[in-house]
Design a protein around this ligand. Structure first.
Ligand SMILES: [Zn+2]
Ligand SMILES: [Zn+2]
Length: 351
């Protein structure tokens, strides 16, 4: 089968590999129908994920059809359409039982797919702990609707959930990339009074205005003043930092009102500074990522009910054979790209 492979620092390549097989009674093999590319894939390509193993198949955002299950798998059966969770988790350790699946203590736990074990930019993928890692896609929900459930949409949902947002609040979201836009949709479910989205890119701001006209979409210049003018208590009641630069980290706490919750979803390249003397008396609460991606079933129900729709984020579609072109476009932000869908089914009729 075809599998997009991390060859060495700076190099991915579409290779022919054997189809994965079950290795554990809790595994499932999924025939991938649609996959996507995530910024984390680029981090692997450029060597900033040291635990990524050369030779592995990359990709951790995908949907597909269950092909085979181990004998201990009970939640899904062959033929089921499923989303695949970016995180592998046992469901049974202290952290999993508390819903903190990102910190699952299993040696295979955490972000393994497409990083430490073969992922899903391929025709088939082996999913460990399939009862936890797979969710059935409801009838009537398409692959394109479900594509981001296991990663960027799970992240947005988790972020909105922990941000302690109340009806009527002013919520500031920093960053309108794919994760920021997913976060925006999930924040909207909580019915805050005012949502402000900040991004440097005029194209992304235009996207927000087109798809969420009631949201205030603004550039970073003068942001603290804009936030103060649009909030009741001198700043945002909740801030979600989804951009990941030193500037956005600073804006996150500057724009927060006293006693606000600042949820840091972004992944930074460098350590950030908390200037505690300047913040003294603001009494902020910081919450930090990564995602506890264990609400995929709820997210799928919201999609089925028409309350979440991330299909507008899919700006481009390529077949698996042309995945190099898709990466080139995604990596260089060409042609207004937000997310790319990779069609993996029937990539090679001969297998
Ligand atoms: Zn990702
Ligand atoms: Zn666990």
């Amino acid at each position: 089968m075809l599998a997009y492979t991390y060859v060495e620092h700076g190099k991915f390549e579409l290779r022919d590999k054997p189809r994965p097989v079950l290795r554990d009674a809790r595994d499932a093999i999924v025939r991938v129908t649609l996959a996507s590319i995530c910024t984390s894939d680029l981090h692997i390509k450029h060597g900033s994920v040291p635990r990524a193993v050369p030779g592995i198949t990359v990709g951790h955002e995908m949907v597909g059809i269950v092909d085979e299950v181990g004998e201990a798998v009970t939640a899904v059966r062959p033929g089921d359409r499923v989303t695949v969770n970016v995180e592998t988790f046992c469901g049974d350790c202290f952290f999993c039982r508390n819903g903190w699946v990102n910190n699952c203590t299993d040696p295979e736990g955490g972000w393994a797919l497409g990083c430490r074990i073969d992922g899903g930019q391929a025709e088939y993928v082996r999913v460990p702990y399939a009862d936890q890692g797979l969710n059935r896609i409801p009838d009537g929900v398409t692959d394109r609707q479900a594509l981001f459930v296991g990663d960027v949409l799970a992240t947005g949902y988790w972020a909105a959930r922990i941000a302690e947002i109340h009806p009527g609040d002013t919520v500031l979201i920093l960053g309108a990339g794919p994760t920021g836009l997913c976060t925006l949709q999930c924040v909207q479910l909580l019915q805050p009074g005012r949502i402000i989205v900040c991004d440097r890119d005029p194209g992304r701001l235009a996207f927000v205005r087109a798809h969420a006209p009631q949201v205030l979409a603004v550039p970073p210049e003068g942001l603290p003043e804009v936030v103060r003018a649009n909030s009741r208590h001198g700043g945002a009641d909740a801030v979600l930092e989804v951009a990941g630069s030193p500037d956005t980290f600073r804006l996150a706490w500057e724009c927060a009102r006293p006693n606000a919750v600042v949820t840091v979803v972004a992944l930074y390249d460098e350590p950030q500074t908390l200037p505690l003397p300047r913040m003294y008396g603001k009494n902020l609460t910081f919450k930090t990522g990564g995602v506890d991606g264990c609400h995929c079933g709820e997210i799928l129900d919201l999609i089925a009910a028409g309350r979440l729709d991330t299909t507008p984020l899919i700006t481009h579609t390529f077949p698996l054979r042309e995945i190099d072109r898709a990466y080139d476009l995604f990596e260089h932000h060409r042609d207004g790209v937000l997310k790319v869908a990779i069609e993996c089914g029937n990539a090679d009729a001969t297998k």
